[in-house]
Design a protein around this ligand. Sequence first.
Ligand SMILES: [Zn+2]
Length: 93
Amino acid sequence: MKFPNEINAYCPKCRKKTKNKVRMASKGRPRSSAWGNRQHERTIMGYVGKVAGEKAVKKLGKKQKVILECSVCKKKQERIIGKRTSKKLELKS
Ligand SMILES: [Zn+2]
């Protein structure tokens, strides 16, 4: 799937359509003391009653997320392109 690296999109700060730079969203470093991780550790240690089993439904592919940056005010916003796909998003250069 190919996607242009500059699009016209609505900017909530400028309140109008502006030119936006497109770049790939990257997953940051996971925080070891985040609430979800602490809860998971407690679950493994056995302090929680019922532990969920394996997932019944396996999702096919992932949603492709990009970050749009307004060229006027530099505000960043996220956008999901299309639906779940197994193909990775590519930016045209
Ligand atoms: Zn803007």
